[in-house]
Design a protein around this ligand. Sequence first.
Ligand SMILES: Cc1ncc(COP(=O)(O)O)c(C=O)c1O
Length: 400
Amino acid sequence: MSDLFAKFDPVIEIREQLLATGRTDPFNLVMEKVESPTVAICNGKRTILLGTYNYMGMTFDPDVIAAGKKALDEFGSGTTGSRVLNGTYVGHRACEEALKDFYAMDHAMVFSTGYQANLGIISTLAGKDDYIVLDIDSHASIYDGCALGNAQIVPFRHNDIDALEKRLKRIPEGAGKLVVLEGVYSMLGDIAPLKEMVAVSKANGAMVLVDEAHSMGFIGEHGRGVAEAQGIIDDVDFIIGTFSKSVGTVGGFCVSNHPKFEILRLVCRPYVFTASLPPSVVATAATSIRKLANSADKRAHLWENSKRLHAGLRQLGFTLGTDEPQSAIIAVIMPDLETGAAMWEALLNEGLYVNLARPPATPANMTLLRCSLCALHSADQVGEILAMFAAAGRATGCID
Ligand SMILES: Cc1ncc(COP(=O)(O)O)c(C=O)c1O
């Protein structure tokens, strides 16, 4: 019998080597209790959360929780059906209305996850004879969307405007062209030069899709993302987002002003052939989105947290993914996986959870300790976090 698992042997070996050193498995942590968006109990210990995507701290918002409970009582635990059959409730429509208002756009389509939103929109828009030009560091869901649609994939160097332009100019005349970009790249926390990239894309006749998963709620005057902050949101054809980060629940969406957008509901397979989100989830999402529209104070505090953590880590001697803080993600670059795992464990023992990220999720084979800040981290917590980095960094020899 052929061994279909043989292709995973290199991953199994790396994992076994890591666990043989006696390290705690960094990919098997259990949250025993979650007390707030910033604190959980892990291994019986109070742990500050610095590795969630809960940027705006909405998961315990009393209005969000009340909306979810009410919908659970009134509409039950699930829809048991597709959006195009029995799975569209008033709550799904209300959630799409909240998104349209939030982005000031004509159309919004809610998916069961952000992964499915990319999978569905990209694969439906760009088919076999079309070209997708995308940043090489794009999220897995973007690549999977390209593969599902069977489009020609043309990657370009990360955030390189000239490279994007060169690739666009090489595409045969008359072919369908979609440029896919992200607002914030989640591994290093850097932002895209969307203004220039969207201009180049439009000048070359391409439609543009921007995934704002890590910027929604936080970046831009109204929290619409990097496209808003750079003043070009009206030039973007499709914005993809998720409810699993700033919104604080689960789900995904696409918003657009394209006049033919609504037809996608009938032809997009990852929208049609899956069950819709439970009523409680869309109710929490809609409530959260409406509150995020009016959260300028939280956005300002999150920027303060990001700047403070970035400056503090740099002062301690850590190498960071960006020279300046550009988002709520601060990536600490580790020399290798072993040191990264040791540092991750030392931080956990101190009472701090961060994400350990490694290839293939990371660019350039990097091992990263990814810190993502929350608008509800207090100034004291950021101080505690820096003290824990100092202690763990010295214990593991990462800093002097
Ligand atoms: C850039 C980007 N797009 C899409 C997604 C998928 O979002 P979801 O968790 O809703 O599937 C993620 C999740 O990490 C992401 O980082």
